[in-house]
Design a protein around this ligand. Structure first.
Ligand code: G3I
Length: 339
């Protein structure tokens, strides 16, 4: 009997050491694509077995979820949410307000300030209410600042004064329990952008506008400066808000060199950054750890290949055949040492 208990114990330890999600106390997520979830078994297996959180890569964005003024299309978003519920994952919502992936009917919309506010409020509240109780947190506003720290010109900035604060308020009204994030990229290397985000947090807090978290997208690359990354993480933690590495990938071929070879050197440089991020994240107070989310699952699925037409890019933890890359077990070793 004792032997069986011992063996069971050992196998639990072995399993714990095999999976990255078990080496960490915070959520490990990835953005997913519903077509791949249903058509690709290896992709589905990784989503099911390796992760504890999910984000829709595209299907909760305005263009896809609100294709016409009088029509919302929740079909694909619902598929991901159903998969998350069936496999016990936390679902993160991305994104309610963005300048990009806006449907044509919104771009063509004409109206006064009140009409624009009604449009945006209706969009936010219909989506948040639809997923109330199923989506734990939302990227309420995405990428509102440009690198020099000024407000990005957009439909929302052009038509709705104070649209960021209003969006958070509307989202909170629709689901008071949801964790509400401001999400952005490139804070490292762009101190003015980071400062604008910190100013936004201070301003919203001073007006009792409900903001609960900062999403650092972490679309970084092997040339990203370590100290700048550490600084923006520290500054985010100092706000006291939850911190989410919300779209992590580490590009190895940022200049899109067609002759690029993903050799040991490139892999090691990438691994160092993954380790830096996980190690730093591990040191964040537990109550501020919303989690780390990768931007899709395997190198083959990465937006960097499709969107940037960069075929020789390998930014994630799983390779083109859905095998774990060396960084995967390196991370586990590192985290086990830290625990
Ligand atoms: O679905 C259509 C398909 O029907 C059509 O044939 C094809 C032709 O171009 O386009 C397909 O849509 C593409 C969509 O991804 C789904 O694959 C869009 O063109 C393409 O623009 C879109 O790219 C997405 C991008 O956001 C849009 O800006 C990427 O997948 C997605 O990973 C990326 O995600 C963003 C985050 O939301 C915010 N942070 C930055 C991040 C990376 O850009």
């Amino acid at each position: 009997m004792k032997l069986i208990v011992l063996l069971l114990g050992l196998s639990t330890i072995a399993n714990a050491q095999n999976l990255l999600k078990d080496a960490i106390a915070f959520r490990l997520g990835a953005s997913v694509n519903p077509r791949l979830l249903s058509e690709n078994e290896a992709y589905n297996d990784i989503a099911k077995n390796e992760l504890t959180g999910l984000t829709a890569e595209n299907h909760m964005k305005m263009m896809l979820i609100h294709p016409a003024a009088d029509r919302f299309d929740f079909v694909k978003g619902d598929e991901i949410v159903a998969f998350a519920a069936a496999t016990g994952k936390r679902m993160h919502g991305h994104t309610l307000v963005w300048h990009n992936q806006v449907p044509q009917w919104m771009k063509d919309f004409q109206g006064d300030q009140k009409a624009w506010e009604d449009l945006l409020k209706n969009h936010i509240q219909t989506v948040v209410e639809h997923y109330k109780g199923k989506v734990a947190g939302w990227d309420v506003v995405n990428e509102s600042f440009i690198d020099d720290g000024s407000l990005r010109p957009s439909l929302w900035a052009d038509h709705i004064p104070d649209y960021i604060a209003k969006s958070f308020q509307w989202a909170h009204e629709a689901d008071p329990k949801a964790t509400l994030f401001y999400n952005d990229y490139g804070q490292d290397g762009h101190p003015k952008k980071m400062q604008a985000i910190l100013n936004l947090v201070a301003d919203l807090k001073s007006r009792q506008i409900p903001i609960h978290g900062l999403g650092l997208q972490m679309h970084i690359n092997v040339d990203s400066k370590r100290t700048e990354i550490e600084n923006v993480i520290a500054q985010s933690v100092q706000t006291g808000l939850a911190v989410h590495f919300s779209e992590l990938d580490v590009a190895v071929n940022p200049k899109n060199n067609p002759e690029f070879v993903y050799d040991e050197k490139a892999s090691a440089a990438q691994m160092e950054l993954f380790k830096l991020l996980f190690k730093t994240y591990q040191s964040i107070p537990a109550k501020q750890q919303y989690g780390i989310t990768f931007w899709n699952i395997s190198d083959k699925d990465s937006w960097l290949r499709g969107y940037f037409k960069r075929p020789k890019e390998f930014p994630l933890l799983f390779d083109d055949n859905y095998n774990k890359k060396p960084a995967y077990s390196e991370l586990i070793n590192l985290l086990n040492k830290l625990n």
